[in-house]
Design a protein around this ligand. Structure first.
Ligand SMILES: Nc1ncnc2c1ncn2[C@@H]1O[C@H](COP(=O)(O)OP(=O)(O)OP(=O)(O)O)[C@@H](O)[C@H]1O
Ligand code: SF4
Ligand SMILES: [Mg+2]
Length: 331
C-alpha cells in the first residue's frame, strides 16, 4: 500500500485520545483509557490522485484528515509530504509547509468568521504568508472568486457569509483553501451539508479544479455514490483501521472485505431491476474504547468464523494493488 513516488505517505499512524475518568473509574483502572481513533494506518497518495476515505460515522476519517494536515499531533507514526518527513515540524517550518496542504470542512458556515467579509476571508492566507501587495492580493482574490462562479466578484468581495447560500459559502471556503496554490487538499465531507442539486455542481467544480491546478485530494465521504465520480482509489475505514484499499473499479466491482460489501450494497441503484440485495449491517459500530477481540468487525460480520474472534487480520494483497484485512476475503 506504500510506494516511494507518492506526494503523501503515511506510515503506522496512530491517534489515541485520552478519556477523562471519574473518581470511580480512576479507582478501578490503573493507567490511561484511550479512544483509539486511528490505530496503525499506512497508505500513500500519488501526485494528481484522489483517494477516497470512506466508512461509517466514528471510524476515524476526520482524525486521519486532521493528522495529515498537522492540525492534530499523532500518537505514533510518520507523515511524509513530497518526500519530507513533516511529522515533527513546528513553528515557522510548519507554517511554510502549510501553504502546500489545506483542509476543507463539512460546514462552510462554521469555517467562516461571520464578521469577516468574503473577500477578506479569501485574502487572509495571502496576508498571513506575506504574499504580494494589498492590490495584488485583492486582484488574486477577485480572479479566484470569479473562477469559483461567484460572479460578479466585486459584489461578492464585500458580502458577509450570512448573505450567501450554503453552496456559495462552500465555494468561498474552497477559494480560501486554494488561494495559496496548495498541492494537496483534504476535503472532509465537503458536500454533505448541501442540497442535492448544489452538490453535483460543486463536485464538478472540484473535479475541474483538480485538473486545472494539478491537485491531489483526500476525499472523505459517507456517500459511496459521490466517491465513484471523483476518486481514483478508495480506502475503507472501520474503527480506526483501514480494512480495504484499492483502485475504485476493483473495490466497487470486487469488494474483498465483508464490510465494504455491505457498504456498497446499501448504495441506491436507480434501476429497480438492477437493485442488488442490500446487506444490512447488524448492530451499532462498537465503542472505540473497548474494541472487540481479534477482527474488530467480527460482532457484525456475516462471514465471521472462530479464528476471527482471536486473531487480528493483517493487510494482504489479494490482487494487484488491492489490499484487504480479512482472514476470509471474498475475492
Ligand atoms: N478531540 C477528540 N477527543 C476525543 N475523542 C475524539 C476526538 N475527535 C474524535 N474523537 C473520537 O474518535 C473517533 C473517530 O472520530 P472521527 O471524527 O475521526 O470519525 P469520522 O469517521 O470522521 O466520523 P463522522 O463520519 O461522524 O465524521 C470517534 O469515536 C470520536 O468520538
Ligand atoms: S476477518 Fe473474519 S470477522 Fe473479520 S471481516 Fe474477515 S470474515 Fe469477517
Ligand atoms: Mg468526520
Amino acid at each position: 500500500m506504500v510506494s516511494m513516488d507518492s506526494l503523501v505517505r503515511v506510515e503506522g499512524l496512530k491517534k489515541y485520545f485520552p478519556v477523562r475518568r471519574g473518581l470511580i473509574g480512576s479507582l478501578f483502572s490503573r493507567g490511561g483509557i484511550f479512544i483509539r481513533a486511528v490505530d496503525d494506518v499506512s497508505f500513500d497518495i500519488a501526485s494528481g490522485e484522489t483517494l477516497g476515505l470512506i466508512g461509517e460515522s466514528g471510524s476515524g476519517k476526520t482524525t486521519v484528515g486532521r493528522l495529515l494536515v498537522r492540525l492534530l499531533e499523532p500518537t505514533e507514526g510518520r507523515i511524509f509530504f513530497d518526500g519530507e518527513d513533516i511529522t515533527l515540524l513546528s513553528g515557522k517550518e510548519l507554517r511554510e509547509r502549510r501553504r502546500k496542504f489545506q483542509i476543507i470542512f463539512q460546514d462552510p458556515m462554521a469555517s467562516l468568521c461571520p464578521h469577516m467579509k468574503i473577500g477578506e476571508a479569501v485574502r487572509h492566507p495571502l496576508v498571513i504568508h506575506g504574499i504580494g501587495t494589498e492590490r495584488e492580493q485583492k486582484n488574486k482574490v477577485l480572479k479566484m472568486l470569479e473562477r469559483m462562479g461567484l460572479s460578479p466578484p466585486d459584489a461578492f468581495y464585500d458580502k458577509y457569509p450570512h448573505e450567501l447560500s450554503g453552496g456559495q459559502r462552500q465555494r468561498v471556503v474552497i477559494a480560501r483553501a486554494l488561494i495559496l496554490r496548495p498541492k494537496f487538499v483534504v476535503a472532509d465531507e465537503p458536500l454533505s451539508m448541501l442540497d442535492v442539486s448544489v452538490r453535483a455542481k460543486l463536485l464538478e467544480l472540484m473535479i475541474e479544479l483538480k485538473r486545472e491546478l494539478n491537485l491531489t485530494y483526500l476525499f472523505i465521504t459517507h456517500d459511496l455514490s459521490t466517491a465513484k465520480y471523483i476518486c481514483d482509489k478508495i480506502a475503507v475505514m472501520y474503527l480506526g483501521k483501514i480494512v480495504e484499499f484499492g483502485r475504485l473499479r476493483d473495490l466497487y466491482l470486487y469488494p474483498a472485505h465483508p464490510y465494504t460489501k455491505a457498504l456498497l450494497s446499501a448504495i441506491p441503484v436507480p434501476d429497480v431491476k438492477a437493485k442488488r440485495g442490500e446487506i444490512l449491517l447488524s448492530g451499532e459500530i462498537p465503542n472505540p474504547i473497548d474494541l472487540p477481540s481479534g477482527c474488530r468487525f467480527h460482532p457484525r460480520c456475516p462471514s465471521a468464523k472462530e479464528e476471527c474472534l482471536v486473531k487480528e487480520p493483517e493487510m494482504r494483497e489479494v490482487s494487484s494493488e488491492h489490499w484487504v484485512a480479512c482472514h476470509f476475503p471474498l475475492v
